[in-house]
Design a protein around this ligand. Sequence first.
Ligand code: AMP
Length: 419
Amino acid sequence: MANIQAIRGTKDITPNEIHKWHSIEQILKKISENYGYREIRTPVFEKTEVFSRGVGAGTDIVNKEMYTFADRSGESLTLRPEQTAALVRAIIQNNLVAENPTARLYYIGAYYRYERPQKGRLREFHQYGAECISSPYPESDAETISLADSIIRELGIDEYSLKLNSLGNESSRKTYLEVLIEYLHKNINNLSEESQSRIGINPLRILDSKHTLDIEIVKNAPNILEYLDAESQQHFERVCKYLEAANIKYTITPTLVRGLDYYSHTVFEFQSNYLGSQDAFGGGGRYNKLFSELGAKDTPAVGFAMGIERILLILDVLQKQIDSSGNVQAVIIPTSNNYYEYALRIAAKLRNDFSISTIIDLQRRSLKSQMREAGKISAKYAIIIGDSEFESRSITIKYLNEDGRQIIINEDDLKQELF
Ligand code: AMP
């Protein structure tokens, strides 16, 4: 019988790789907290309408990519394809904004989309994201972008591009959409089939289509930035100014719209040349309408998400050395099967009294092969229990990562400073 395989587009994270995840997660947490953001965790599944209303009916996510199923009571549920809509649901339900006039939140978790798997594109993937809730002002757009930039730098990614655009407020976007739709209709026969069908559903998406036919047409399309009204323009200029003051380089990209329905004003995306065709490793924007879409009063907000697998791909290309030492510090090596009871007592002491991560060989192997193993996992100490140690209730500590020197001490004389 063939072995059962994991679901296509999903990956195990093995103990050999987990240290990279831990290092990245540590950086994400540290920098987020430096900016005053607090972690939030929500369930991995929600009622389907959270996403169908919150992400938007015209989006690829809702139309083609959601893992939606009926539970045993017949209720339609969906594995979260992204966090923002579910996070807004949680903020409304837990009254988090009332508690704190500006809620600064971050998250790390797994997300699910039925996409065609390829390099950097999975069906279960992981995102980190941050959201700044209830400020309508450009300062908060700049704050979230700065937070993302600080994270990227702390990760050691020194080359990336930040694409920036404004979709304007509702009224300026409405004006723009009218001229855009007119232009697209004029050129409908030269658009890709997919874009032809999108004109009536989500015309903005055509602007960042990767299809060569569409790219040609989009080149001469009306520029969204020329349709910003005074309020939208002012907001965008302020964001740009703040980024310049923070020394964050950006490229204004009028065709950047991002996939989701709920954005207004600022949208942005982080791209890396190290990723191949899936070159975006993060993105976000302002979403002032999402709260009302989910039944609460209008609340301005801005945020972004980054893909952790894509960050790992970039770090691999850059060959950034993430601390890869295993976490076992001490290996206890009894040289006879009769010494295990004593060895277990020493292990308990090291773990409980000194917080030293400790293992004991469970295969009853020879001293030589246990020593080899201790070296292989980069343990700092080999604790040898031979005949004389056993008889005199002592141990030999061999310092593996120093010069290999060793000392013999009595069990009762074990002290923190020995390690
Ligand atoms: P989005 O909001 O869809 O732009 O997603 C934000 C980030 O999540 C992207 O820039 C990617 O880094 C990551 N991401 C989105 N979808 C996937 C996927 N299917 N597989 C891996 N990473 C993804």
